[in-house]
Design a protein around this ligand. Structure first.
Ligand SMILES: Nc1ncnc2c1ncn2[C@@H]1O[C@H](COP(=O)(O)OP(=O)(O)OP(=O)(O)O)[C@@H](O)[C@H]1O
Ligand SMILES: [Mg+2]
Length: 263
């Protein structure tokens, strides 16, 4: 469970989206959320998605997760068309951690395995090792109400990895955290990703965060959302905070800022 696929350089296509459009509702009340989105993500990559508020980022993620159906177009994950949720292949994480308050941290992490009927002797050690991975080994028996916002998000990260999904979809998972915690969580997520080697699609409003984390940044237009451009972030890994001050980092940030329509 801890090996990055050898396809890091990007040869095996794990996510493929072709000519995807989404319209909510019909008639006078209809709203075009996404228009003609095509994209491809290779296995093991960390990609981020940025765009103006309301441009359809969450919609795109929900469609990738099989939780919302597109109006037209196709989505394939790992070679299979997505027609509904695939919890064993795809994990989704949202801004709120959505932990079960009456269960401890370790019980929350193992919950998806419990639903699948995995015996205690299998699920408990796996949940504990994931809690260790996210730096919460001392908090396994604490309830969510006893944890800080950042700790809850770490529990949620551990839970989203427990089924060893091929793809992790994250919708502004750190948006509710203060800036320092958010930066720390970004670094921790990168460390987990380095060890785990899964494909991550991460939606964010933060351009710095988007560049810092990603191999590729997808930039979307205002609604109806289209992909305006895909930027390759050529900074070496592991990423360090100092890189944010680099000229190349600043240039890329400016380009994306102007593309999105910043002043
Ligand atoms: N279930 C729904 N029914 C009708 N319209 C919806 C639904 N979900 C989203 N929309 C609309 O689709 C558009 C795109 O919404 P979405 O939440 O995907 O945007 P977003 O880019 O994630 O926005 P934000 O950056 O604010 O999170 C918005 O105009 C929104 O009002
Ligand atoms: Mg959203």
């Amino acid at each position: 469970m801890n090996h990055r696929p050898t396809a890091r350089a990007g040869s095996v296509e794990i996510i493929k989206v072709e000519r995807l459009s989404k319209q909510y509702g019909s008639g006078a009340n209809s709203l075009r959320a996404l228009s003609d989105i095509s994209l491809s993500v290779s296995e093991g990559q960390f990609v981020t998605v940025v765009g103006p508020s309301g441009c359809g980022k969450s919609t795109l993620l929900l469609i990738l997760a099989g939780l919302v159906s597109p109006s037209s177009g196709d989505v394939w994950i790992d070679g299979a068309a997505v027609t509904g949720p695939l919890p064993e292949k795809i994990s989704v994480m949202f801004q709120e951690a959505w932990l079960l308050p009456w269960k401890t941290a370790v019980e929350n992490v193992e919950f998806p395995l419990m639903l699948r009927g995995a015996p205690f002797a299998i699920r408990r050690p796996r949940a504990l090792s994931l809690l260790q991975l996210v730096g919460l080994e001392g908090f396994a028996n604490r309830y969510p109400g006893e944890l800080s916002g950042g700790m809850k998000q770490r529990v949620a990260i551990a839970r989203s990895l427990v089924q060893e999904p091929r793809v992790l979809l994250m919708d502004e998972p750190f948006a509710a955290l203060d800036e320092q915690t958010r930066t720390r969580m970004g670094n921790e997520l990168l460390q987990v990703w380095e060890k785990f080697g899964r494909t991550v699609v991460f939606v964010t409003h933060g351009l710095t965060e988007a560049i810092y984390l990603a191999d590729f940044v997808f930039v979307m237009s205002a609604r109806p959302g289209r992909i305006l451009e895909r930027f390759h972030v050529e900074l070496p890994r592991p990423r360090t905070i100092e890189m944010i001050g680099n000229e190349a980092f600043g240039r890329l940030r400016n380009r994306i800022w102007h593309l999105i329509g910043g002043a």
